[in-house]
Design a protein around this ligand. Structure first.
Ligand code: FES
Ligand code: MG
Length: 564
């Protein structure tokens, strides 16, 4: 294909309906207007998906990374051509970036297909961008490499280190409790998000970057170098070079990389990271597209053997910078080596066993990564619970929960996603005790695109009394940077007539994580009677939201659109 004009990607696609030579002639004529001649175009063409956006502050430094990737492509004898796709900044996209993950995945998949390229480098970072790009890759029949912008650096306020966004939540909780006044919280705000890059903790962005590296869809060592560092740029350049050799070989293809063994490794790493609950939904979606059979329960059975090893917020105390300086993901994989299938082969080409041969054994200075015999926390950081309140499963991050609440029965306080939740939770006369279970519904994929609403704030009255955690249950997600005893992704969701739809104030809800149960302590007959009276909310009238609500799969199947 490369170095051979007859089969250059530029000439390969068919758009002519009858006169292919004219189509090729036109393509080269228009590209000539961009300054490209045959010497440029008869090389391996590397498409680079760029997701720079003023609305995505995490990707602010992406232009420098694009330059680095391009340089690598040129050095290796290819031609880099950039193209834009949907970009999803977590904070500024409403009602939730998750509503658009599948749109970005479709956009990316279709552009890889539609535009002439021999291989694609997908540049992402912020929470939903990497899952969308992995999904697109899994559906693609061209070689694809992912690269991320990398995490931001930490800041400091009043002698305390901080970084988005576990500390954002912690400080705001303090403000709600009256411990920080308006001037103080405003001052702290300037130190929470100090540089370009993704959140400074093991939130969804860093979790998914680590998943991508473990799956083998990124060159080794790419998950953790900081956005502001030269190491990030060097990794981008290496990615550009590797893209050209993959284009020349036409391999490996994403489907050859995304095997069941690769997902099993990813699930184990997820457990060791105490990673984001969002990873479950994303990995299920990617696996489905790759034709790999993976179920929600696999996260519990496979992940339950691996203890928490990485000391990053919100499950631990440190930041991504520290994880990186402890050796990052390769060092963690080295520690986990006895648990992993090391015959897997990623886009780097070598089997994992060979890559780990170059990684030194863990030393004591690598404090952010704990050894298997001295873990930071027990196995089962992510648990899948099931029961009469979530027949198809729900998820809880036990490593970020209060141990005393993991077995708990309490009366429900029910909130609807579309009501003024703040008004209820701020009401000083709200009839609520620390034993209550806050139940949020109508925030599942079909109802609302599955917003990160599950970590409901503690009712103000209780927060002021010093209550910092309560059991919360919903069909929503929560941010990877959140913490608390929060049961998420209840399936079926309320809008799909799941039992969550008919919970009433005062009904008893029992969470029993040890036995992996989540139950509504109401007679089955009564639940069925209530469900008979329930009517789901109407579908959105038109456009993407309509298509989404009509075709989205449940959370336990990855919340992709059913036809993708
Ligand atoms: Fe972009 Fe956290 S908001 S990674
Ligand atoms: Mg997030």
């Amino acid at each position: 294909m490369p170095d051979n004009p007859a089969t250059s990607a530029i000439d390969a696609s068919r758009t002519s309906y009858g006169d292919e030579d004219f189509s090729r002639f036109l393509r080269r004529a228009f590209l000539a207007s961009s300054g490209y001649d045959d010497v440029d175009l008869d090389r391996p063409i590397i498409g680079i998906a760029v997701t720079t956006s003023s609305y995505n502050t995490c990707h602010r430094d992406m232009p420098a990374l694009v330059d680095a990737v391009k340089r690598g492509v040129l050095e290796a004898g290819g031609l880099p051509l950039t193209f834009p796709t949907v970009s999803l900044g977590e904070i500024l996209t409403s009602p939730t970036s998750m509503l658009y993950r599948n749109l970005m995945a479709m956009d990316t998949e279709e552009m890889i297909q539609a535009l002439p390229m021999d291989a694609a480098v997908l540049l992402g970072g912020c929470d939903k961008t990497v899952p969308a790009q992995l999904m697109a890759a899994a559906s693609s029949d061209k070689p694809v490499l992912l690269e991320v912008v990398g995490p931001m650096m930490t800041g400091q306020w009043r002698g305390e280190r901080m970084g988005a966004c576990t500390d954002c939540r912690r400080l705001w909780a303090g403000h709600r409790a009256g411990e920080l006044d308006a001037a103080e919280i405003a001052e702290a705000r300037g130190e929470l998000v100090t540089t370009a890059g993704t959140c400074a903790v093991m939130g969804t962005a860093s979790t998914m970057a680590c998943m991508t590296e473990t799956l083998g869809m990124m060159l080794p060592g790419g998950a953790t170098p900081g956005a502001a560092t030269g190491e990030r740029l060097r990794h981008g350049t290496a990615t550009g070079r590797r893209a050209v050799s993959m284009a020349r070989e036409g391999a490996p293809l994403p489907r050859e990389v995304l095997t069941r063994a690769a997902f099993d490794n990813a699930i184990k790493v997820l457990a060791a990271l105490g990673g984001s609950t969002n990873a479950l939904v994303h990995l299920l979606a990617v696996a489905r597209r790759a034709g790999v059979e993976l179920e929600l329960a696999d996260f519990d059975t496979i992940g339950a053997k691996v203890p928490l090893l990485v000391d990053c917020k919100p499950s631990g105390s440190q930041y991504l910078q520290d994880f990186h300086h402890s050796g990052g993901l390769p060092a963690l994989l080295k520690v986990l080596e006895p648990e992993l299938d090391t015959a897997t082969r990623g886009i780097a080409g070598q089997p994992l066993s060979e890559l780990l041969g170059d990684v030194p054994e863990r030393q004591d200075w690598q404090t952010t990564i704990l050894p298997l015999d001295r873990p930071l926390g027990p196995a089962g950081a992510l648990a899948v619970v099931r029961g009469t309140l979530a027949p198809n499963g729900a998820v809880i991050k036990t490593s970020a929960a209060s141990p005393r609440l993991l077995q708990h029965t309490g009366p429900a306080l029910v909130l609807e996603a579309d009501q003024d939740i703040a008004a209820v939770l701020d009401d000083p006369d709200l009839d609520v005790t620390p034993d209550h279970v806050l139940v949020l519904r109508s925030a599942g994929p079909r109802a609302a695109g599955m917003p990160e609403a599950g970590a409901l704030p503690i009712p103000k009255k209780l927060a002021r009394q010093g209550v910092r955690d309560m059991v919360r249950v919903s069909d929503a997600r929560m941010s990877g940077t959140s913490y608390g005893t929060v049961v998420l992704h209840c399936d079926p969701e309320a809008a799909a007539s799941g039992p969550l739809a008919v919970v009433r104030n005062g009904d008893l809800v029992r969470l029993d994580v040890e036995n992996r149960r989540l139950d509504l302590l109401v007679e089955e007959d009564e639940v069925q009677r209530r469900l008979g009276e329930y009517s789901p909310p109407p579908l959105p009238e038109r456009g993407w939201r309509r298509l989404y609500a009509e075709t989205v799969l449940p959370a336990s199947q990855g919340a992709d659109l059913s036809f993708l």
